[in-house]
Design a protein around this ligand. Structure first.
Ligand code: ADP
Ligand code: MG
Length: 262
């Protein structure tokens, strides 16, 4: 079975709101967003700081609950799930990468990547195999026993990506994943995210305030302002235009051919 054939990874939000009550004031961080993302799509969420990107992503990640409206992922409404169902959803269906890599400093990379699978009660041998495979996929097969402090920022973010994709979630969410990296290293991370989308069929929702980055990779751009969708446009990823033009720049090239689409 190919990963794409599962067709999991669809997202639909219906007039979803997340309002924060701050004393007498109400902050409408997410204010009636209806958005549809198809399985295997690569969508970029763009907007200036404070426009509600992270708040929306957190709702889709099941890290937060909407004030009103619905968030439907893989056909299930997250707003109606019990806390147990929601944590099962987070453990099995979704992988998240943040701007700050959020690795555990005292653990090796292998342990970091294995950790979420412990919570998911994956059997130990399988956990280790999946963690190794994920670290190899992001080019860190030679760093399994390193701790985060012994790595560069780009390597730490690659490890965080390995952790997010280790148990093959249908949905990959990335919140400003290149925000702490120089542009070259940032592009390497985006190449890897793109590879997960393309080869593993993971739906990819990328939050960024860098339009050039979104235009280089995403199939669709969605613009947020003040908690609302204010625009949307289809996009032909720039590297595909390059490939079609035959300049052979090839920066989005794959790093490994192993274990694809099982
Ligand atoms: P972005 O990720 O686009 O920068 P956020 O989703 O983080 O935007 O924030 C949207 C708005 O909601 C901002 O005005 C922010 O200050 C506010 N906000 C975010 N999280 C909270 C919170 N936990 N409590 C109160 N206000 C918040
Ligand atoms: Mg944010």
């Amino acid at each position: 079975m190919t990963e794409k054939s599962r067709r999991a990874g669809t997202i639909r939000t219906e007039a979803v709101c997340r309002h924060y009550q701050m004393g007498d004031a109400v902050i409408r961080a997410v204010d009636g967003i209806s958005l549809e993302v198809g399985a295997g799509e690569f969508v970029a969420l763009l907007g200036s700081s404070g426009s509600g990107k992270s708040s929306l992503l957190n709702l889709i990640a099941g890290l937060d609950r909407p004030t009103s409206g619905a968030v439907i992922v893989n056909g299930d409404n997250l707003a109606e799930m019990s806390s147990e169902e929601l944590s099962r959803y987070r453990r099995h269906s979704v992988g998240i990468v943040f701007q700050a890599f959020n690795l555990v400093g005292a653990m090796t990379l292998l342990e970091n990547v294995e950790l979420p699978m412990r919570f998911a009660e994956t059997e130990r041998g399988q956990r280790l195999a999946l963690a190794r495979e994920a670290l190899q996929r992001v080019g860190l097969g030679g760093r399994l026993m390193h701790r985060p402090g012994q790595l560069s920022g780009g390597e730490q973010q690659r490890a965080a990506l390995a952790r997010a994709l280790a148990n093959r979630p249908s949905l990959l969410l990335a919140d400003e994943p290149t925000g702490n990296l120089d542009s070259h290293t940032g592009n390497e991370i985006l190449d890897l995210l793109h590879e997960c989308n393309e080869r593993l069929g993971m739906t990819l929702l990328l939050v960024t305030h860098e339009r050039a980055l979104a235009e280089r990779y995403a199939e669709r751009l969605v613009f947020l302002a003040d908690g609302k969708v204010v625009g949307e446009q289809a996009n032909v990823p720039a590297f595909q235009r390059v490939a079609a033009g035959g300049s052979g720049k090839g920066t989005a090239g794959p790093q490994t051919q192993e274990g694809e689409r099982r």
